[in-house]
Design a protein around this ligand. Structure first.
Ligand SMILES: CC(C)(COP(=O)(O)OP(=O)(O)OC[C@H]1O[C@@H](n2cnc3c(N)ncnc32)[C@H](O)[C@@H]1OP(=O)(O)O)[C@@H](O)C(=O)NCCC(=O)NCCS
Length: 146
C-alpha cells in the first residue's frame, strides 16, 4: 500500500532525516545539526510511506516569517507526489500563522523550481554564489499568505 502520511517529525525521526540529507545533498546536515534546529525555531515535517520516512521539509519560523531549511525526497520515492504533498501540508499548516514562506533553490534545480512554482511560490530575487560544492547562484522564491 502506497499511502503517504505527512506529520510533524519528532526526535525519533532524526536518524531517518539525516539519512535523507546524505542521500540528497553534497553538504548534508548531521543528526546534531537537525536536533539543534528542531530545538530552536524549525518545524520538521516528515512524509511517511509504508512507515518509512521517504521525505521531509524543514521550516524555520521566526516572528511570523517562514524560511525553508530544506526539502528532500529519497531518490527511489521521487515522482510519486511526496514533494507536492509535503508542500501542500506545510502551506495548510502555516497559512494562518505566517505572513510568508521563503526559500532558496539552486538555479539549475529544475525539479525543485517546478515543484515550488506549482505550489504558488514566485521568484523574488537572486543570491549570487549562495551555494558551494559546486558554486552556484540561488533563486529566492516566496509564497505570501494574504
Ligand atoms: C525536488 C524534490 C523534493 C521533488 O520531490 P518529488 O516527491 O519527486 O516531487 P513530486 O513527485 O511531488 O512532484 C511534484 C511536481 O514537481 C515537479 N517535479 C518533480 N520532479 C521533477 C523532475 N525531475 N523534473 C521536472 N519536474 C519535476 C513536477 O511539476 C511535479 O508534478 P508532476 O509529477 O505532476 O509533473 C526531489 O526531486 C528531491 O528530493 N530532490 C533533491 C533534493 C532537492 O533538490 N531539494 C530541493 C532543495 S531547494
Amino acid at each position: 500500500m502506497n499511502e503517504i502520511k505527512i506529520g510533524i517529525a519528532t526526535q525519533n525521526d532524526i536518524p531517518a532525516i539525516a539519512d535523507i540529507e546524505k542521500a540528497c545533498f553534497s553538504t548534508p546536515w548531521s543528526e546534531n545539526a537537525i536536533l539543534e534546529s528542531m530545538n530552536a525555531t524549525t518545524t520538521f515535517y516528515a512524509a511517511y510511506q509504508n512507515d518509512v520516512v521517504a521525505g521531509y521539509m524543514g521550516v524555520s519560523k521566526i516572528a511570523g516569517e517562514g524560511y525553508v531549511t530544506n526539502v528532500a525526497v529519497l531518490p527511489p520515492y521521487r515522482r510519486n507526489g511526496i514533494g507536492k504533498a509535503l508542500l501542500e501540508y506545510v502551506i495548510a499548516d502555516c497559512k494562518d500563522t505566517l505572513e510568508f514562506i521563503s526559500l532558496e533553490v539552486r538555479v539549475s534545480n529544475a525539479p525543485a523550481i517546478a515543484l515550488y512554482e506549482r505550489a504558488g511560490f514566485k521568484e523574488v530575487g537572486l543570491r549570487k554564489r549562495f551555494y558551494t560544492h559546486p558554486d552556484e547562484d540561488a533563486l529566492i522564491m516566496t509564497k505570501t499568505f494574504l
